[in-house]
Design a protein around this ligand. Structure first.
Ligand SMILES: Nc1ncnc2c1ncn2[C@@H]1O[C@H](COP(=O)(O)OP(=O)(O)OP(=O)(O)O)[C@@H](O)[C@H]1O
Ligand SMILES: [Mg+2]
Length: 581
C-alpha cells in the first residue's frame, strides 16, 4: 500500500502535498457526488496510512448520520457489525462540534458508546468535518493508523482534502440539479413539440396513415423507447395500426381486448408501467416484433370519452431500462392529442370515402340517363320502324325501312361509341392529356355553334416532362367535358375560352363562356356540377364558379401530382427556380 511507504509523522511533506494536489484536481473535476466521496475516502486512507476510513453524511437537521460509507471493512465484518452507526458516541462529538478531532484511543473518550460485538478493534482516531459553505455536511473518520497515532500532518492533509471534497460535492450537486432541470426542460420542450406536430397534422387533414406514422415516431422519441406501437380498437380486438423503432412485421397483429393487458389499460383508461413484459402483456412480445422486450409503458388513447386504442412503448434507452413516472406523464399528455389526431384523420378518411362513393353513384345515374335518353330512344324508334314494315309486308317499303334502319343503327353505334368514350376516355391513354383535350375541343367545334379559343400548357411526356398522375388527368378531362356540355345544354354562348396550365406544382382549369349566366337556384338542379365539386375535392383542389349576365367562368385549381413523384418534384423545383430568376 502506498501509504506505508510515506513518512507519516513528519509535517505535510512535499510528496504528500503533491499527491493531495493531484487528487484535488481530479476530485474537483468529478461531477458525480458518489465518485467524489469514493475518491476522498480512498485518498484519506492512502495519505494517512489509516486502516479504516469512513464518511458519514448528516441528515438535513444535522443531528444524525443519514449515510455511512466505509473503506477497509470487509463484507463479512460489516455484516457482523450490523446496523451502520447513526452518530452517537464519539461520532456524535463531531456532529455537535464540527472541528477536527484526534484521539489516541477512541474507547477512552468520555462520550465513547462502546463498539458493538463483531466490530473490529479500533484505537487511534482522526475525525474531520466536511463543511459546505460553512455548514456541517458530513465527517471523514479514519482509524487504526499503521505504526502509531495520527499526527498534525495527517490532520492537515485530511482537512485540505475535506475542503476540496466540500467544493466538489457542492459542484456536483449544483451540476446535478441544473442538469436535472435542463433534462426536464428539454423533455417538456420535446413533449410540447411532439404534441404540436401532431396537432398540426390534425389541422392539415393528413391521411390517417401519415398521422399514425407521426404519432409512433414522435411518441417513441419522446420517451426514448426502443420501439412504440399504436393499437386501435376494432370490435372486440386491438389491432397494431403502426409501429416505430425496432419492430418487424408487426402491423396488423390482433389481440383480444378482454384478455390482454393493453385491452385492460384501454378499458380502465389508466396507464400502466410493466417490467415483466413476457408475463403480463397477454401476448408473446415476439408478436409485437420485440422478442427480448423487458419493460413496457401502456397508455390509453381516449377521444371524447371513448377509448379508441393504446400506445405501447417498449424498453427505455439502449439498455432497456424501465420507464419512469415522468415518462408515463409525458406519454399520457401526448396521447391526448394523438387520440384526437387519430379520430380526426379517421373522420376525414370516412368523409372522403363517402363522397367518392356518392360521386361514383351519381356518375352511374348519369350514364343510365344518358343511355336512356340516347340509345334506348333510338333503338325503340328502330323497332317501331321495322315492325311496321313487316306488318305491311310490302317488299319495297320493307327495303326502304331496312335502309333507314341501317342508317339509324349506324347513328346509334356512333352514339354508343361516344358514350363509351365518355365513360372511359381512352383518348387519354392513347394520346395523352393535351391531345385528348384538343380532340374534345375539336369535336365541340364541329358540332356546336360557338367558337373555342384554347390555351393548353400541360407537361409534354414526349419531351421528357413528367406526366401527370392518371387520376388527375381524368379529373381535368371530366371537368372540361362537363363544363363544355353545360355550355351546349344551358347557354346560347357565342364564344368559349378554355385554358389549362400546369405551373409550379399546380394545375388550373378554366372555362369561360359569354352566355347569359346561371338562372337563380339552377346550380343545385343536376349532377354535373356536384360531380365536378366532388372530383375537385378528391383531388385536393378548389372549384370556383363565377356567373353573371355576361357569362360564366368555371375555374378549378388542383395540386399537381405526377406519375413519377420524384420527377415531378424536380420539375416543380425548376419551375420555381425559373420563376424566381
Ligand atoms: N355555363 C353555364 N351557364 C349557365 N347555366 C349553367 C351553366 N352550367 C350550368 N348551368 C346551370 O346549372 C345547372 C346545374 O348544372 P349541372 O351540370 O349540375 O346539371 P345539368 O347540366 O342540368 O344536368 P347533368 O349535368 O346532371 O346532366 C344547370 O341545369 C344549368 O341551369
Ligand atoms: Mg351538366
Amino acid at each position: 500500500m502506498l501509504a506505508c511507504s510515506l513518512k507519516m509523522s513528519e509535517p505535510l511533506d512535499q510528496r504528500r502535498m503533491r499527491r493531495l494536489l493531484e487528487v484535488g484536481r481530479t476530485v474537483l473535476a468529478e461531477l458525480d457526488p458518489d465518485t467524489v466521496l469514493d475518491r476522498v475516502l480512498e485518498t484519506a486512507r492512502e495519505i494517512t496510512g489509516a486502516r479504516y476510513a469512513a464518511l458519514g453524511v448528516l441528515d438535513l437537521q444535522r443531528v444524525k448520520l443519514e449515510r455511512f460509507i466505509t473503506r477497509g471493512v470487509d463484507e463479512r465484518t460489516r455484516r457482523a457489525i450490523g446496523d451502520l452507526p447513526r452518530g452517537r458516541g464519539v461520532l456524535g462529538v463531531l456532529i455537535d462540534e464540527p472541528r477536527p478531532l484526534r484521539l489516541n484511543d477512541v474507547g477512552q473518550h468520555p462520550r465513547s458508546y462502546g463498539f458493538p460485538s463483531g466490530h473490529p478493534e479500533m484505537s487511534n482516531f482522526l475525525g474531520v468535518p466536511i463543511l459546505i459553505r460553512g455548514e456541517a455536511w458530513g465527517n471523514v473518520y479514519l482509524t487504526e493508523k499503521e505504526g502509531g497515532a495520527f499526527d498534525e500532518a495527517d490532520e492537515e492533509a485530511v482537512v485540505i482534502l475535506a475542503e476540496w471534497a466540500a467544493i466538489a460535492i457542492e459542484n456536483a450537486r449544483l451540476y446535478q440539479t441544473s442538469e436535472a432541470r435542463r433534462v426536464e426542460i428539454e423533455k417538456a420542450l420535446r413533449g410540447s413539440e411532439a404534441t404540436r406536430d401532431v396537432a398540426v397534422a390534425i389541422g392539415s387533414e393528413l391521411g390517417l396513415e401519415r398521422v399514425l406514422e407521426l404519432i409512433v415516431k414522435r411518441g417513441r422519441a419522446l420517451v426514448a423507447a426502443r420501439s412504440l406501437v399504436i393499437l386501435l380498437r376494432d370490435g372486440d380486438e386491438l389491432v397494431v395500426a403502426a409501429s416505430a423503432g425496432y419492430t418487424h412485421g408487426v402491423q396488423g397483429v390482433r389481440l383480444p381486448i378482454s384478455e390482454s393487458m393493453s385491452g385492460q389499460v384501454m378499458e380502465r383508461r389508466s396507464p400502466e408501467r410493466i417490467t415483466d413484459v413476457a408475463a403480463r402483456l397477454g401476448i408473446d412480445p415476439r408478436e409485437f416484433g420485440v422478442p427480448d422486450a423487458r419493460s413496457a409503458l401502456v397508455v390509453p388513447l381516449v377521444y371524447r370519452n371513448t377509448a379508441v386504442g393504446v400506445l405501447t412503448a417498449f424498453d427505455r434507452g439502449e439498455d432497456g431500462e424501465a420507464f419512469s413516472e415522468e415518462d408515463e406523464q409525458v406519454l399520457r399528455t401526448f396521447a391526448v392529442s394523438a387520440a384526437t389526431a387519430v379520430a380526426m384523420a379517421r373522420s376525414v378518411q370516412e368523409e372522403r370515402l363517402r363522397s367518392s362513393l356518392e360521386a361514383a353513384d351519381s356518375e352511374r345515374k348519369r350514364w343510365a340517363r344518358e343511355l336512356h335518353d340516347e340509345t334506348l330512344q333510338g333503338l325503340g324508334g328502330l323497332r317501331v320502324l321495322l315492325s311496321a314494315a313487316v306488318r305491311r309486308g310490302d317488299h319495297e317499303q320493307t327495303e326502304q325501312a331496312v335502309r333507314q334502319a341501317i342508317v339509324q343503327i349506324e347513328r346509334e353505334i356512333g352514339n354508343l361509341r361516344a358514350i363509351i368514350t365518355e365513360l372511359r376516355p381512352a383518348a387519354l391513354d392513347e394520346l395523352g392529356l393535351q391531345s385528348a383535350i384538343a380532340s374534345l375541343l375539336e369535336r365541340h367545334r364541329e358540332q356546336d355553334d360557338f367558337a373555342i379559343d384554347a390555351d393548353l400548357a400541360l407537361p409534354d411526356p414526349q419531351a421528357g416532362e413528367p406526366r401527370l398522375a392518371r387520376e388527375l388527368e381524368t379529373t381535368i378531362y371530366r371537368l372540361l367535358q362537363e363544363a363544355l356540355t353545360n355550355i351546349v345544354k344551358h347557354t346560347q354562348a357565342q364564344h368559349v375560352r378554355v385554358a389549362v396550365a400546369e405551373d409550379q406544382g399546380e394545375v388550373t382549369v378554366e372555362v369561360r363562356d359569354d352566355g347569359a349566366g346561371f338562372t337563380a337556384g339552377a346550380e343545385t338542379s343536376g349532377f354535373g356540377l356536384m360531380g365536378m365539386r366532388e372530383r375537385v375535392s378528391l383531388a385536393g383542389g378548389t372549384l370556383q364558379i363565377d356567373s353573371g349576365e355576361s357569362g360564366t367562368l368555371v375555374r378549378a385549381r388542383l395540386p399537381a401530382r405526377y406519375l413519377d413523384a420524384a420527377a415531378g418534384a424536380a420539375a416543380a423545383k425548376s419551375d420555381a427556380e425559373q420563376a424566381a430568376s
